[in-house]
Design a protein around this ligand. Structure first.
Ligand SMILES: Nc1ncnc2c1ncn2[C@@H]1O[C@H](COP(=O)(O)OP(=O)(O)O)[C@@H](O)[C@H]1O
Ligand SMILES: [Mg+2]
Length: 304
């Protein structure tokens, strides 16, 4: 079953076409990564899914409910975390969660234990008496995620959840989300411009560029496909001078798109065509390597 179905959705802001004919199916229980540069349309998609704004054209279905017709039902199922969802600064973390539970229409017996658990899980119990405005930005973000989970949503939308958040907290957030996904089968759509973050967490990845989906595949399939398309090779040698000579030679080769110095003893090159190496060369080893998601992302950006 699809948790989210986006069919030919476009969104205009005046003359700006922020989202351009996007279609996306997100099966229940997946962690779906939405990758794209600033201004690509990620937040606009998130806002449409959480019913904050309506599409200019196309339709969106959440567990088969039309988003235009069943706004109330859909709001119960979806939680959004983003920097435009704000916490009440003059309430304690617990009060913030309580307020959100009440706004969401939850009954006391449903939210009381849940809030206790979330406060505990997110290590916020030591800040019980503190007002939210006195929390660090990392703890505020934990509270934001906790708030989104209070109503046990079926779908969790995370719009750049670790942007400007410290490394430890980011790691905690990612691990918590993977855990939630495993335990409660919550469907997660996470946007980021950190490629490695999306790589770590997502089973499927959609890349969005200028409002359009450039690629949308299972993560493993993306690797497999681009392994055939992108020709990357590694040169290794303890003889630094020999490596330098190779670099000089390759610099003038029109077939070579990119040369990267990984270390003193290692370079990685990307070529337009496949290269067959004579592996009998002394002192230098060469091999074909698999592109990582960053290589693949750069390739997609350059070629679309
Ligand atoms: N409320 C708005 N009014 C006008 N333009 C907007 C508005 N929201 C977004 N945009 C424009 O739509 C495009 C996509 O923005 P956004 O969805 O925020 O991208 P992302 O989240 O990927 O950085 C950008 O060109 C942005 O300037
Ligand atoms: Mg954004």
């Amino acid at each position: 079953m699809n948790a989210i179905e986006i069919n030919n959705v476009s969104k205009n802001f005046g003359d700006t076409l922020a989202v351009n004919d996007v279609s996306l199916k997100i099966p229940q229980g997946t962690i779906y990564g939405l990758l794209g540069p600033n201004g690509a349309g990620k937040s606009t998609i998130m806002k449409m899914l959480s019913t904050l704004i309506t599409p200019t054209s196309g339709d969106i279905k959440i567990f088969n409910h039309d988003i235009k017709k069943n706004k109330k039902e859909i709001k119960k199922m979806i939680s959004l975390v983003s920097d435009y969802t704000v916490l009440e600064e003059d309430l304690t973390p617990e009060e913030n969660l309580k307020m959100f539970a009440i706004i969401s229409g939850l009954k006391k017996e449903k939210y009381e234990n849940k809030i206790k658990k979330l406060i505990e899980d997110f290590g916020l119990n030591i800040y019980k008496q503190k007002l939210t405005k006195h929390l660090s930005s990392g703890n505020k973000q934990k509270l934001n995620i906790a708030r989104a989970l209070v109503k046990s949503p079926k779908i969790l939308l995370l719009d750049e959840p670790t942007n400007a958040i410290d490394v430890e907290t980011s790691k905690f957030i990612r691990e918590y989300i993977i855990n939630e996904n495993t335990l409660s089968n919550v469907t997660v759509l996470i946007s980021s411009h950190y490629i490695w973050e999306i790589e770590q967490i997502s089973s499927n990845i959609a890349v969005i560029l200028n409002g359009k989906i450039a690629i949308n595949e299972k993560t493993e399939k993306i690797y497999k496909e681009f392994d055939k398309i992108i020709n990357m090779y590694e040169f290794k040698s303890d003889d630094v001078q020999k490596l330098k000579n190779i670099i000089d030679k390759l610099k003038n080769d029109k077939n070579i798109i990119n040369i990267r110095n990984i270390s003193k003893n290692k370079i990685i090159i990307e070529s337009k065509e496949k290269i067959l190496f004579d592996n009998d060369k002394k002192d230098i080893s060469t091999k074909k390597i698999n592109p990582n998601l960053e290589d693949i992302y750069s390739y997609i950006v350059k070629n679309s």
